[in-house]
Ligand binder design. Structure first.
Ligand SMILES: [Cu+2]
Length: 177
């Protein structure tokens, strides 16, 4: 299960890790609808649960719903159940990631994989939050997905958050420094 991706881990300034330690993280890459997106989401064990930290670049500009087009941003953000970031259909990418990770069979809005939306600042989003719904090890082999539209946290089963812009597979990753 464990492997060393060899990727440079850039988000070490605000945590306690030291050189060449492993972190549990996902490198996020944009798909056919937003190839410029890239970033990282890390999962750190903290007392009582997990600290999730996202640093995402290249998010598209905000646009209100207009002319039959969906609202763009703030961006729905979830854990999805399958460990695949295969892009698949370029019009509706990342279906292979499956539905929201929902190990305790809750309605949407209370899925273990329901995250706060990402707000863009000229394309950059930085967010950190706490969850007691899982430990970092529990989400290895799941995916993080960034959606085009905001999550309303009530429409079933996915919050009406629209198309999938970016995906990242969660795994052990080597922290270079
Ligand atoms: Cu999602």
């Amino acid at each position: 299960m464990m492997y060393h991706s060899g990727y440079y881990y850039a988000q070490s300034a605000n945590n306690r890790r030291i050189n060449n330690r492993e972190v549990i993280a996902a490198l996020v890459k944009g798909g056919p609808l937003a190839p410029q997106i890239n970033g990282m989401v890390t999962f750190e064990s903290v007392p009582g649960g997990t600290k999730v930290t996202a640093a995402i670049y290249g998010l598209p500009p905000y646009s209100p719903a207009q002319n039959g087009e969906a609202q763009i941003g703030p961006f729905g953000f979830h854990l999805h159940e399958n460990g695949s970031c295969e892009a698949g259909n370029p019009e509706a990418p990342f279906e292979a990631a499956g539905q929201h990770w929902n190990p305790d069979n809750q309605p949407h809005g209370n899925h273990a994989g329901d995250f706060p939306v990402l707000f863009s600042n000229d394309g950059f989003s930085r967010m950190c939050f706490f969850t007691n719904r899982f430990q970092p090890e529990d989400v290895i082999g799941k995916t993080v997905i960034i959606h085009q539209s905001p999550d309303d946290y009530r429409t079933q089963p996915a919050g009406d958050s629209g198309k999938r812009l970016a995906c990242g597979l969660i795994d052990y990753m080597e922290a270079m420094y």
